[in-house]
Design a protein around this ligand. Structure first.
Ligand SMILES: [Fe+2]
Length: 365
């Protein structure tokens, strides 16, 4: 909660002091100007505080003999934090290193974007892939979508091990919406395995049952911010070139989210960390973040493939995750989400030192 309050006594110049009461920890007053500023960290108690908090404090202006009594009341600005990463299901030290970086950010909710269970999505390996997120799973604050590897167990039944593990997910658990803070998250699924076998019975193309569900759910949403996440992006910078050359890991997933009030799309699969702005046929623009936090051979899709109209894309940021910097020799990046009032800030975050080389700010009235 950020606070900035000014007060003054007309026509007087001097020094302000507190003569009774006190400000809460983190709040300070400048004696010369009377400006009161500070920040109260309520992240340890994510339950929204009362709409307003009042701290009665009496402040004297030294050149005025009678104290000036001031009672401060300010609105609580709800700060909500979430974290996203994909392709982390290999249970190595770098994944734990990354989840520790997430923990320092204190997200209330963590989203994992598929390929949560390498290599074949089997029950025997699932816990190993998830355990780096145990602290959120235990509170039922870890939500997940399917990646291709999660479906590689060749099960025609959509009840793959991940389905059973995430017993608390709503709806059919394959695609669903989840409201946390002032964001509604829409998890959707491409439903295909690494050999492109299709397992999603409700389809993933525009007009499919799954798509129709999304359109209705997005239209009904009253959340201030709306974020979509799924595994295979429809536009992502090619990891193989590190340039704006496009990989379209599943062009069917271009559901023209910018036309449905969606503020941000999060993907994985393509093993790089990128951010693009996509402008669709309607002229609307939406940021795409690919936060694939894994080091594996890149998947390069022929850019001359049969695509639907993807509009135009501007590459703002790309980073190949094959850098060095943590004990396993990998620099893993993840995506932080933070809302404050009218702002949603999405940052690419280094798990090495928690710094952010790139961010996207989305402001809603
Ligand atoms: Fe994948």
């Amino acid at each position: 909660m950020d606070i900035s309050v000014y007060f003054s006594v007309a026509g007087n110049y001097g020094r302000y002091v507190v003569t009774s009461g006190s400000f809460p920890p983190g709040i300070n007053m400048d004696e010369g100007s009377g400006r009161i500023t500070g920040q109260i960290d309520i992240s340890a108690n994510p339950t929204p505080a009362a709409p307003a908090i009042s701290y009665p404090v009496t402040i004297s202006y030294l050149s005025v003999k009678a104290p000036v009594s001031v009672s401060f009341t300010w609105d609580v600005v709800r700060v909500f934090r979430a974290a996203f990463a994909a392709d982390t299901g290999d249970d190595n030290g770098a994944a734990m290193y990354m989840s520790n970086s997430m923990e320092r950010f204190k997200p209330e909710l963590v989203l994992i974007g598929g390929d949560n269970n390498y290599p074949l999505g089997e029950a025997a390996t699932l816990d190993n892939g998830i355990d780096v997120y145990q602290r959120w799973f235990d509170r039922e604050k870890l939500i997940a979508c399917y990646g291709n590897h999660d479906l590689d167990n060749n099960l025609a039944d959509p009840h793959v091990p991940q389905f059973d593990k995430f017993y608390y997910l709503p709806g059919n658990r394959r695609y669903y919406s989840w409201v946390e803070g002032n964001i509604e998250f829409f998890c959707i699924t491409t439903g295909k395995d690494s050999a492109s076998n299709e397992y999603e019975p409700d389809g993933n193309e525009v007009g499919s049952v799954q798509h129709q569900w999304f359109v209705a759910a997005a239209a009904a949403s009253t959340a201030k911010f709306k974020v979509v996440f799924f595994h295979h992006g429809y536009a992502v910078a090619s990891r193989s070139t590190g340039t704006s050359a496009m990989d379209r890991d599943d062009p069917r997933m271009n559901w023209f989210f910018e036309e449905h009030g969606i503020d941000l799309v999060l993907n994985g699969h393509n093993h790089a960390t990128t951010q693009m702005d996509y402008t669709g046929p309607s002229g609307g623009t939406i940021p795409l973040i690919n936060a694939s936090s894994a080091v594996r051979p890149p998947l390069v899709i022929d850019p001359a493939g049969p695509f639907v109209d993807i509009g135009s894309v501007v590459l703002n940021y790309t980073y190949d995750v094959d850098g060095a910097g943590n004990p396993t020799g990998e620099t893993r990046y993840w995506c932080s989400l933070e809302t404050r009032g009218n702002d949603l800030t999405a940052k690419i975050v280094s798990s090495v030192d928690d710094t952010s080389p790139h961010q996207v700010l989305i402001t809603k009235p």
